[in-house]
Design a protein around this ligand. Structure first.
Ligand code: URP
Ligand code: ZN
Ligand code: ZN
Length: 470
């Protein structure tokens, strides 16, 4: 296909709002204007009455990922198809170093898995083993592979956690070489004590996942990460922020001019710890880390989005089926049927992020559509070295475009989604606003309910310097 013309839509970016035509040629936006004239081989789409938005950028997914004794159930093929139906055309997924091996090997393994991707994907590297050689390898990843962000865990002792010294060393290398440090901020050793005590007392239902990971321990770890990053001179990004105490630490640091950034996720904005009271084992569906919190935390997260102390909403799509079949126990929450401590931590969400945030923030909460685009596309693209190729609609940008009907009312159903997972956190939730068509580099890959994309068409994104919105 030579070119795509999108006619008469209302183009909304983080800063613009106007009606025009967009011509995409060879994957890039070539012309934006009124009554753009074309001849020859051009696929024309009428966008009258629809919003024309930059493709969503989701910088937090775990596809085809080994996590302790568990595996996420989406392949890159299924997870990215699901993303596309939700209006997301760019993912930054987490690959990881294996303890004892180079992170370069981790990237190599990840590349094999990501070959089936249907949308464009970049990689963050999870560092597990911070030593002299892996610190050198970090520089190679930044300079040669375009991996310009690293995640380190302050939680999950014995599985993913690194100590403060390792954290500090990695931050210093990242910050000194143009990369962002992403932190999972929870105090892992103290959580471990609380989990062991609960299990010893026979408190094993899913709800004890939440009570053993109190918000104060997220606040403490966030504060510690910020102070270490400050000393290291490194930009910082707190992932999946859920707690008021953590947001307070981020706000305080930003007020002092420290380059600290943070994301939250739709489940923290719309759901509370009440979900853990569901009958039987149902609460296991909501076992993710950090856990769902109480209402007062939620109010603070909405405040943070308003005041830009939170810059991004991503999904932390980390899908484990509720049922054991058809994929098997290692992909399933049923591993934890006897104890919450064995429930795989993670939940799905890559297909519902844009409609949920549009409905909850724009339709019901007065957020501007510009700000909606900013937190779901532009800011993550800027923070992680993808802007202006991704995250906006401008001449020269990739033709990643979503046609969105702001008025359509529909209901979220797992059975209608495209992930391999067998549930959604939002089953039966009515929402207003729906993705109608999606274009990846000018090619229409979602057309209503029809899939026009294919596995393998997603490109690897070699990213530029990360760590700042300039
Ligand atoms: O529960 C979660 N969030 N699982 C994914 C791993 C992580 O910490 O991001
Ligand atoms: Zn995490
Ligand atoms: Zn995650």
């Amino acid at each position: 296909m030579a070119a795509t013309l999108i006619r008469n839509g209302r183009i909304v970016t983080a800063v613009d709002d106007y009606t025009a035509d967009i011509l995409v040629k060879d994957g890039k936006v070539e012309t934006i204007g009124r009554n753009v004239q074309v001849g020859g081989d051009v696929e024309v789409h009428d966008a009258a009455g629809l919003l024309v938005l930059p493709g969503g950028v989701d910088v937090h997914t775990h596809l085809d990922w080994e996590f302790g004794p568990t595996y996420t159930v989406d392949t890159f093929g299924t997870g990215t198809k699901s993303a596309a139906f939700g209006g997301t055309t760019t993912l930054i997924d987490f690959c990881n170093q294996t303890a004892g091996f180079s992170p370069l090997k981790g990237l190599e393994n990840w590349h094999k898995r990501r070959e089936s991707a249907c949308v464009d994907v970049g990689a963050h590297m999870i560092m597990l083993d911070v030593n002299d050689q892996s610190l050198i390898d970090m520089k190679t990843l930044i300079a040669k592979e375009g991996v310009t962000s690293f995640k380190l865990f302050m939680a999950y002792p014995g599985v993913l956690m690194v100590d403060d010294g390792a954290l500090f060393k990695a931050m210093r290398v990242a910050g000194g070489n143009g990369a962002m440090t992403c932190i999972h901020a929870e105090n892992g050793p103290v959580i471990q004590v609380l989990v062991q005590e609960a299990v010893a007392q026979g408190l094993k239902a899913p709800k004890y996942h939440a009570s053993t990971r109190p918000s104060i321990l997220e606040g403490e770890a966030t504060h510690r990460a910020i102070r270490l990053a400050e000393l290291a001179g490194a930009p910082l990004y707190i992932v999946h922020l859920s707690a008021g105490e953590a947001l307070h630490a981020v706000t305080e640091a930003r007020d002092r001019g420290i380059p600290v950034h943070a994301e939250t996720c739709p489940h923290y904005l719309f759901l509370t710890a009440e979900e853990y009271e569901r009958p039987g084992f149902e609460g296991a569906k909501y076992v993710m880390t950090p856990p769902l919190r109480d209402h007062h935390h939620q109010h603070q997260l909405w405040r943070g989005l308003k005041t830009d102390d939170l810059q991004v909403v991503s999904t932390d799509h980390c899908p484990f089926c509720f049922n054991e079949q058809p994929y098997g126990i290692k992909y399933s929450k049923q591993q934890g049927i006897d104890s919450f401590s064995k429930i795989p931590n993670g939940a799905p969400g890559v297909e519902t992020r844009l409609p949920l945030i549009f409905d909850g923030a724009v339709t019901k909460n007065g957020m501007s559509i510009n700000r909606f685009v900013e937190i779901t596309s532009t800011a993550p693209a800027k923070l992680f070295g993808l802007f202006p190729r991704k995250g906006t609609i401008a001449v020269g940008s990739d033709g990643d475009i979503v046609l969105f009907d702001p008025k359509e009312q529909w209901t979220i159903r797992a059975a209608e989604q495209h992930s391999r997972i067998d549930y959604t956190l939002f089953e039966g939730r009515p929402v207003t606003g729906r993705v109608k068509k999606v274009f990846l580099r000018g090619q229409c890959i979602v057309d209503g309910a029809n899939w026009r994309g294919r596995e393998g068409m997603g490109q690897y994104l070699r990213r530029a310097e990360s760590g700042a919105i300039r």
